[in-house]
Design a protein around this ligand. Structure first.
Ligand code: MOS
Length: 732
């Protein structure tokens, strides 16, 4: 099915199941420990061995030799595979650096060997006996230095944009700001480490792994191993978080496959937490300069956003300026991005890639201009709203209710009680309130599914879609139930298996809308098959209450299926509606903080997000996505930073003791309000994603609240004590 004209009324609009607050259908499996994660596929009949990775101790250079003789003789060892033995592996399309790269070392903790043994402990002990000789090269690890020689990358995406005459408009604007903001390298730090089990059967291999994108992984594993894609089978039914870190094939899968081939038995490999951060990808640090010029009445007349980030040679821009091109009106505008070559681990997508760090900077800048104008920051944003793409006024937003989110949020949060800067005290606590806009684009990817109606009237959905903790199982079940006129208890959902139709996968907040649209398309096929079998006219056939009806005939679905059952399969493809209309999601974040006037300790006291994101398929799972993203944004504002050792080229705090993500005690009561909205341009589901909307802007709302509390404007994330302490009133 191709979605190329706006959706009209369809069975989803009944909202008997879709849109209802249904608890996760996989929740019980998870809370009782019966959901099998990658490392847990444990069959007592299978003699698993355990692989432990050996990773590079230098960041850049060449492996001269690897002496694995002691490791091979160590107790329990079944095989050792080194990158020098198996150095001709390929590189997946989505990997910047080879995951097992021959003698070339491109970053710290790049995998160079795997030791396979009877037990995990034996593998780990033997891995410590592997002796490696390196020739170390000098690398570049400091973004501030490297940005001086940063370039415009030679890629299809245009890194620069411009409309009108920014320079003149900025020079002549009565009120201006010109500030630089920085965001640090960040880690996905998902709960479940990267892990894979590989088992070969002749020249075919099956992997139980933890992947957001089954089909991308399958292709890239084929390229890496030099095995035909059809001979690779991937299973990833449960995933303990990904946040972008599991979008692309990683070393655990490659090491498990190589280890299992060498040891001739199934092998389990998990990346130990201290190896994860430098072995895998991260969100790259940015340096961003923002210039804004406004008239005294509060209209923006000039806006410019430039961003620098670093990555491995051949790597990618962190698109931090993208939202500035679309969020606010203003006749004269420019954006630019430059990429520096760094020899740090590969930078890559992390929840709202580009948009999250871009909004961390832009939404402080907007607060700064509002203050200079003497305007309320909510009013300033409303005054500069646009309903069209500011670069292409003929291109409207399909839906855009940023203003509604700001107004409702202001009312619910009690924004009118916001104190004057630095004026409110409750004992030692300085209290402040801040806001920021949330804004994230709505992407779609083709998504396929198969739906099977059996003789018992149960519909089973099969798609290689993943559930990374987001609720895919549940919203897919809701979609199939609604389409087939069934209760959710009559629907079974099977995900994350490469034998099923290729789906959108989970990423870029495209998963919910894309994958349910694929299920919608497959259900249309199944409905047609049922109608045809019964000799009904499919135009006036109604599926409701477990029955299929046409005119005065009605047949229970179970009976319609017959003993053989019926199948519908299709893929949702997308036409030009994302080109003719800018499709995005919007929101407003409101935050109240308290800052200890003597120590700078910061406590978030209240958070509210109001979101306008099309139809909300399930308010429970959607809310969960938004509060999770707000929590991640709290980490980004206050604590998360990978510390770079600029001499040796690695992230020093490479575990969860050193890389501080928020814990329950850091997070207050969070509220989320969804605006009533349906977007017929987005899909037959009329839905959009929210998983990344929630992180866009929230860190800036916290930074702005900190400023309101203290009068200290911090432009370098994370905002830790050292950046506040000198400006605090109670510091002698
Ligand atoms: Mo997301 S960074 O596309 O998982």
């Amino acid at each position: 099915m191709k979605f190329d004209s706006p959706a009209t009324t369809n069975p989803i609009d009944r909202l008997k199941v879709v849109g209802q607050p249904i608890h996760r259908i996989d929740g019980q499996l998870k809370t009782t420990g019966r959901a099998m994660y990658a490392y847990e596929w444990h069959d007592p009949m299978i003699p698993y061995a355990y692989g432990y990775p050996v990773c590079s101790a230098i960041a850049k250079g060449v492996v001269k030799s690897i002496d694995a003789s002691a490791a091979k003789k160590a107790p329990g060892v079944a095989a050792v595979v080194t990158t020098l033995d198996d150095g001709n592996l390929g590189k997946g399309k989505f990997n910047t650096v080879k995951l097992f790269g021959g003698d070339q070392i491109r970053h710290y903790h790049q995998a160079i060997a795997v030791v396979v043994a009877e037990t995990f402990e034996q593998a780990r002990a033997a891995a410590a006996l592997v002796q490696v000789d390196y020739v170390e090269d000098k690398g570049v690890y400091d973004l501030k230095e490297a940005m001086k020689t940063a370039v415009m990358p030679d890629k299809s995406k245009k890194p620069d944009s411009g409309v009108g005459d920014f320079d003149t408009a900025f020079r002549t604007a009565p009120v201006t700001i010109d500030e630089t903001y920085t965001t640090p390298d960040q880690s996905h730090a998902m709960m479940e480490p990267h892990a894979s089990i590989a088992a070969w059967d002749g020249d075919e291999v099956t992997l139980w792994t933890s992947s957001q994108m089954i089909d991308w992984w399958r292709s890239d594993l084929a390229t890496t191993l030099g095995v035909e894609k059809e001979k690779i089978h991937l299973m990833s039914p449960f995933i303990g978080g990904g946040f972008g870190g599991k979008l692309y094939l990683r070393a655990d899968a490659v090491l498990a496959a190589l280890g299992a081939r060498a040891a001739r038995r199934p092998v389990k490999v998990a990346l130990p937490r201290p190896l994860m951060i430098n072995n895998t990808t991260h969100r790259p640090a940015t340096i961003q300069r923002i210039r804004i010029g406004a008239e005294r009445d509060g209209k923006i007349v000039a806006i410019a956003h430039e961003s620098w980030n670093g990555d491995q040679s051949g790597g990618r821009l962190e698109e931090a300026v993208g939202q500035t091109r679309l969020l606010y009106a203003g006749a004269n505008r420019m954006t630019a991005m430059r990429l520096a070559t760094l020899d740090l681990p590969e930078g890559n997508d992390m929840r709202a890639p580009g948009e999250a760090p871009g909004m961390m900077a832009l939404e402080i800048a907007i607060d700064e201009v509002a203050e200079k104008l003497g305007m309320d920051p909510v009013s300033f944003r409303i005054a500069n709203d646009t309903q069209v793409d500011p670069e292409k006024p003929e291109r409207p937003f399909s839906q855009r209710d940023l203003v509604g989110c700001l107004k409702l949020g202001a009312e619910r949060f009690g924004w009118s009680n916001r104190p004057e800067v630095g004026s409110r005290r409750e004992g030692k606590w300085m209290i402040g309130m801040g806001i920021a806009a949330a804004f994230r684009n709505n992407l779609v990817l083709p998504s396929g599914a198969r739906v099977i109606l059996d003789k018992d009237g149960v519909v089973t959905v099969e798609t290689d879609m993943t559930d990374i903790g987001t609720g895919s199982y549940t919203i897919i079940a809701q979609t199939a139930a609604e389409m087939m006129g069934l209760g959710i208890d009559k629907v079974a959902v099977k995900l994350g298996d490469s034998r099923f139709p290729v789906s959108s996968g989970s990423g870029g907040q495209f998963g919910a809308n894309s994958s349910t649209s694929g299920v919608y398309a497959a259900c249309i096929k199944l409905r047609e098959a049922i109608a045809q079998k019964l000799g009904f006219n499919s135009e006036d056939t109604i599926f409701d209450n477990g029955e299929v009806r046409s005119g005065n005939r009605s047949v229970p679905l179970a009976q319609a299926a017959g003993p053989e059952g019926l199948v519908g399969e299709d893929t949702m493809e997308w036409g030009d509606l994302t080109k003719t209309h800018q499709q995005s999601t919007f929101g407003a974040h409101f935050v109240e903080v308290g800052v200890d006037a003597a120590t700078g300790e910061t406590r978030i006291r209240r958070m509210l997000a109001v979101c306008a994101a099309g139809r909300i398929l399930n308010p429970i799972t959607a809310r969960s996505q938004v509060i999770g993203a707000m929590t991640m944004g709290a980490g980004g504002a206050l604590s998360e930073e990978l510390a770079v050792d600029t001499r040796r080229g690695f992230f020093v705090n490479h575990d969860l003791a050193g890389y501080e993500v928020p814990v329950h005690a850091d997070i207050p009561r969070q509220e989320v309000i969804f605006m009533e909205e349906t977007d017929p341009m987005s899909s037959p589901m009329k839905a959009k994603g929210v998983g990344e909307l929630g992180i866009c802007g929230v860190s800036a709302a916290i930074a702005n609240a900190l400023y309101n509390a203290t009068g200290i404007r911090v432009r370098d994330y994370p905002i830790m004590l050292d950046k506040l302490i000198e400006g605090l009133p109670d510091v002698a």
